[in-house]
Design a protein around this ligand. Structure first.
Ligand code: ADP
Ligand code: ADP
Length: 228
C-alpha cells in the first residue's frame, strides 16, 4: 500500500509541482498516472523512491511513514523501470538481470533460476538470450528485459515511468499485454506513468488523471468511460 497525504512539492526555484496531492494505492493494484507534461507525474514517482522529499505532507508505505525505512531497504523493495531503456551495454542480459539479486547476496543458483524464470515469463528463451548483449536485442526485447530486471529480486512495489514510450506501436501493445498478465500473476503494487490515454485505460485497475499538480479524477477505466 502506498499513500500520499496532502503532499505539496515546491522546487527550489519556486515551481510548485504538486499541490495538496492525496492518493492511496492499494496492495496488488495497478494505478496509471496520466496527464500533460509538467503535471507532476515524475515528481510523484521520485517521491515514492525517496529521490525527492515533499515540502509538506506525508507519504506512507504499508501504513508506515516512508522516512522510517532504511533507505536501501526501501529502494530494494521498489523496482523502477525508466522511460529510456537503461540496460548496461557491456553486461550480458543475464548479468543485467542479476544486478539487484547480487547486491542482495543471493547465491548463483538462485539467481540463475530466477533469471531463467523471468525470461520465460516474457517469452524470451533463456538459452538463446541470456548470454547476449543488450544491443543484440530489439528495442521491444530490451525494454522487456528492463521490466523483468525491475522484478528480479521480487520487490513489492514497481514504478514504471513511461516505460514503452520509445517503442513502436506493435511492441508497445505486446508489452501492455505482458504487464497485464504479469500483474495478474505476481500481484504487485504498480504505479505506471503514461501520457497515452489508451495505454492508461488498457492496463490500469484505476486511472488517475492529473493536471497542474493535482488529481482531476481517479476511477476505474469502466467508470471513466461512463462518467468522463
Ligand atoms: P517528463 O519526461 O516526465 O516530462 P521532464 O522532461 O519534465 O520529464 O523532466 C526531465 C528531468 O528534468 C526530470 O528529472 C525533472 O525532475 C527535471 N526537470 C524538469 N523540469 C525541471 C526544471 N524546471 N528545473 C530543473 N529540473 C527539471
Ligand atoms: P511530469 O512528469 O508530469 O512531466 P514533473 O513531475 O517532471 O512532471 O514536473 C512537474 C513540474 O515541476 C514541472 O513544471 C517541471 O518543470 C517542474 N520540475 C521538475 N523537476 C524540477 C526540478 N528539479 N527543479 C525545478 N522544477 C522542476
Amino acid at each position: 500500500m502506498i499513500e500520499f497525504k496532502n503532499v505539496r512539492k515546491v522546487y527550489s526555484d519556486g515551481t510548485e509541482a504538486l499541490h495538496n496531492f492525496s492518493l492511496k494505492i492499494n496492495k496488488g493494484e495497478l494505478v496509471t498516472l496520466i496527464g500533460p507534461s509538467g503535471c507532476g507525474k515524475t515528481t510523484t514517482m521520485k517521491m515514492i523512491n525517496r529521490l525527492i522529499e515533499p515540502s509538506e505532507g506525508s507519504i506512507y508505505i504499508n501504513n508506515k511513514d516512508i522516512n522510517s525505512f532504511n533507505i536501501h531497504e526501501l529502494r530494494w523493495n521498489i523496482g523502477y523501470v525508466l522511460q529510456e531503456i537503461a540496460l548496461f551495454p557491456h553486461m550480458t542480459i543475464e548479468e543485467n538481470i542479476a544486478i539487484v539479486p547480487e547486491m542482495k547476496k543471493w547465491n548463483r543458483k538462485k539467481i540463475r533460476e530466477r533469471s531463467n524464470e523471468l525470461l520465460d515469463m516474457v517469452g524470451l528463451d533463456p538459452s538463446t538470450y541470456k548470454k547476449r548483449m543488450p544491443n543484440e536485442l530489439s528495442g521491444g526485447q530490451q525494454q522487456r528485459i528492463g521490466v523483468i530486471r525491475a522484478l528480479a529480486s521480487d520487490p513489492d512495489f514497481i514504478l514504471m515511468d513511461e516505460p514503452f514510450s520509445a517503442l513502436d506501436p506493435i511492441s508497445r501493445e505486446q508489452l501492455q499485454h505482458d504487464i497485464r498478465s504479469l500483474q495478474k500473476e505476481i500481484k504487485k503494487t504498480i504505479v505506471f506513468v503514461t501520457h497515452d490515454m489508451d495505454e492508461a485505460m488498457a492496463i490500469g485497475d484505476r486511472v488517475c488523471l492529473m493536471k497542474a499538480g493535482e488529481i482531476v479524477q481517479i476511477d476505474s477505466p469502466q467508470q471513466l468511460i461512463l462518467h468522463p
